[in-house]
Design a protein around this ligand. Structure first.
Ligand code: 1GP
Length: 233
């Protein structure tokens, strides 16, 4: 079976802890042409705020994935196409590599494996909540990132490698190095994409670009530009 993300260029990531701009609805954002929605964030996640965003997106015909930050916020909802579970390859705390995952399995037992995948994160912005929480080692070179990407693909069979600069625009050379390192995994890039050019530059190297804050800070037109850039690249 072809992976769902094989044909994606653009993901819109919605943070249930953040508001949308005035006059912008989830429906407006889902109509931008984005290929999929990921619902998740690092801080302030609850089952309730996750469920509210899932419900608001459910009536629209865009693939919908939850990206739970920890087992306590997982929402079981048929409206979801599945779960994309982060595992942070450069985390300082093993809890964020396999520990949280072990807890989820321990608590819930048999997960919905046909709808559950992992994303091999390499976290690069030391100031991002995700870096602080996971104690990620962000002082790493493009060569290190490329090597993590190879480890993820070749040793751990990860279908998705995710270079994550959440909150800042990343180093294009790092993303290019990660892109050159993977041949089968799909490369996601996220962080600081804010317009056509910033989207296009990263989409030249990454298979899929992930846009987050822009939806909450700017709204529909800005997001639509990034979708166009992702499709043009
Ligand atoms: C965050 O990679 C995403 O997990 C997107 O980052 O919010 O900086 O766009 P931004």
């Amino acid at each position: 079976m072809t992976a769902p993300w094989a044909d994606w260029n653009h993901i819109l990531k919605l943070d249930p802890d953040k508001d949308l701009p005035d006059d912008v609805t989830y429906g407006d954002l889902l109509a931008t042409g984005t290929d999929a929605i990921e619902i998740g964030g690092t801080m302030g996640m609850t089952e309730e705020n996750m469920a509210a965003v899932i419900e608001a997106c459910a009536e629209h015909d865009v693939p919908l994935y939850q990206e739970p930050s920890d087992p306590s916020v997982v929402v079981e909802d048929d409206a979801l196409d599945g779960y994309l579970i982060p595992t942070v390859f450069n985390a300082g705390s093993p809890f964020w590599i396999t520990g949280a995952h072990k807890e989820w399995v321990r608590i819930d037992g048999d997960l919905d494996w046909d709808r559950t995948w992992t994303e091999a994160y390499i976290v690069m912005n030391p100031d991002a909540d995700v870096a602080v929480l996971t104690e990620a080692d962000c002082e790493i070179s493009a060569e290190d990132v490329a090597s993590y990407a190879t480890v993820a693909e070749r040793m751990f069979g990860q279908e998705i490698v995710y270079v994550e600069y959440s909150g800042m625009y990343g180093d294009v050379d790092v993303v290019e190095a990660a892109s050159n390192a993977v041949s089968e995994s799909t490369l996601f890039y996220g962080g600081g994409i804010h317009d056509y050019d910033s989207a296009h530059r990263m989409a030249t190297h990454a298979d899929v670009i992930v846009v987050g804050n822009l939806a909450h800070d700017e709204g529909v037109d800005a997001v639509r530009e990034t979708v166009e850039a992702a499709n043009d690249a």
